[in-house]
Design a protein around this ligand. Structure first.
Ligand code: SAH
Length: 443
């Protein structure tokens, strides 16, 4: 694709630079170092642990998936439910730099153009965090407004955390939102600072059908996983139970026999001794596949992960440090690497998949180097230039986000393979390549 970068984009307010990447085992600097550092969340917690201890005493061990769901999204006390904004527990690419959001905006526009510029387009972001990525996408849409002048664009955010939805509303609309009544699919709505309608939902099932781009940036790694261990007696599920030596603490145990999950999720040809499976990610991919097959559009998933090769990746982060996953649930972020091979399998051939491709390659293919040159030329002071270079290094350095984070796309089959082969043999215009997944060729 020839880069669509708009001529001049305003730089947003300085983004954070310091802190822990969730996909990384190496600290990247002291918490909150760098400009624009935001305060830590953290907090006392205790509520989720008390609730879990009662539950464990009443009903016995829980699956890791049940444990993770309670710790992260328990309606009153979960980590994300309580996380007010911008936590100091980890940093993500859109919080570090404007480039990932701009690239996602351009990717959607280039796919929209390849689809013949449909009259309406929904941008659906799953788990928008602070709203930084959508904010950057909206700035690109505004800069390229003439291109979109005949398109009815709307933004749809799937966010389970009331507090984070407030942060997003502040970032994207300046706080001008209204709550909807219970019987409406969206629980909140507003108008972006650039004049585009924005809706908030609790789940993807509530988002209206239609030509859409689904974006999930560091979302799937937060969905609950099941863990399995191979033993001499066969596969067993890893469960969470009360530690008999310390009755107010938790420990991992193995199920005494196989569980419904071991039967359903472990493939007979599995060679690893330890496996993690995220069924919620599987269901999500199936839903996206059905929607994209029916209404067109695409999904772009960006996360750290592997192609069915890794074993134990479940970990916790608190205040930019690795945190014992079983300690003080609800006060730390819990995450597991995304298994892209599982996502591919769940698409079930309904739609085509591209990737995973390393973030470093995807961003390069999208022309970020040219974009960086423009940003550096336009920056007025050396502090801004330094910040730009530092965030570029975070995104692209193979030891930081560059090789750990991957992009993965879901697209309708006809986007990659023309439906009428014969017709296309005669056609002079072959399908344009999907941006980002092949090398950038400048004309
Ligand atoms: N995409 C952002 C934030 C990633 S953190 C970024 O890259 O910066 C994960 C986000 O997903 C948070 O906004 C969290 O509240 C949300 N989330 C976690 N589990 C969710 C679920 N089950 N349904 C909807 N949102 C969820």
């Amino acid at each position: 694709m020839a880069p669509l970068w708009p001529g001049r984009l305003l730089l947003p307010a300085a983004r954070r630079l310091g802190g822990r990447l969730r996909g990384s085992a190496a600290a990247l600097g002291p918490p909150g170092s760098g400009s624009g550092a935001r305060p830590c969340s953290g907090g006392g917690g205790g509520g989720v642990l008390r609730h879990l201890l009662l539950k464990l005493r009443a009903t016995g061990p829980l699956t890791v998936a049940e444990y993770m769901r309670e710790a992260l999204t328990n309606p009153g006390q979960g980590y994300y439910t309580r996380r007010g904004g911008v936590g100091g527990d980890f940093v993500t690419a859109p919080e570090v730099s404007q480039l990932p959001g701009e690239v996602v905006g351009l990717w959607c526009l280039s796919e929209w153009m390849a689809a013949g510029r449909p009259a309406a387009m929904q941008l659906v972001e799953l788990g928008p965090g602070t709203g930084a990525l959508t904010d950057d996408v909206l700035r690109v849409f505004k800069q390229l407004a003439s291109l979109l002048s005949k398109c009815d664009v709307s933004i749809h955010l799937v966010e389970v955390s009331p507090k984070l939805s407030e942060t997003q509303a502040q970032m994207l609309t300046g706080g001008k939102v209204q709550s909807n009544s219970e019987d409406e699919a969206a629980y909140m709505k507003g108008i972006s600072k650039t004049g585009i309608p924005i809706y908030w939902y609790r789940g993807i099932q509530d988002v209206p059908q239609g030509y859409s781009f689904y974006v999930a940036h560091e979302f799937l790694d937060a969905l609950p996983i099941h863990k399995f261990q191979r033993t001499e007696k066969g596969w067993r599920e890893v469960l969470v139970d009360i530690d008999p030596e310390a009755p107010d603490q938790l420990r991992f145990v193995l199920s005494p026999s196989s569980t419904p999950a071991t039967e359903n999720f472990i493939q007979p040809e599995e060679t690893r001794d330890h496996v993690e499976v995220c069924p919620e990610a599987g269901v999500l991919i199936q839903r996206l596949a059905s929607r994209i097959e029916k209404d067109g559009g695409a999904a772009l998933i960006a996360d750290y992960g592997h192609d069915g090769t890794k074993t134990d990746t479940f970990r916790g982060f608190r205040n930019h440090k690795l945190h014992d996953v079983l300690k003080a649930p609800g006060t730390a972020d819990l995450t597991a690497d995304v298994d892209f091979s599982y996502l591919r399998k769940m698409a079930q051939g309904k739609i085509a998949t591209l990737g995973p491709i390393k973030q470093r390659e995807f961003l390069k293919n999208m022309g970020v180097d040219l974009r960086m040159q423009v940003l550096l030329q336009n920056s007025r002071d050396s502090a801004t230039r330094e910040q730009l270079l530092h965030s570029y290094d975070m995104l692209m350095n193979p030891k930081k986000m560059g090789d750990r984070f991957h992009f993965f796309a879901l697209l309708p089959h006809h986007r990659l393979t023309p439906p009428h082969k014969e017709h296309n043999l005669q056609s002079k215009s072959p399908l344009p390549p999907v941006a980002g997944f092949g090398e950038l060729l400048l004309k």
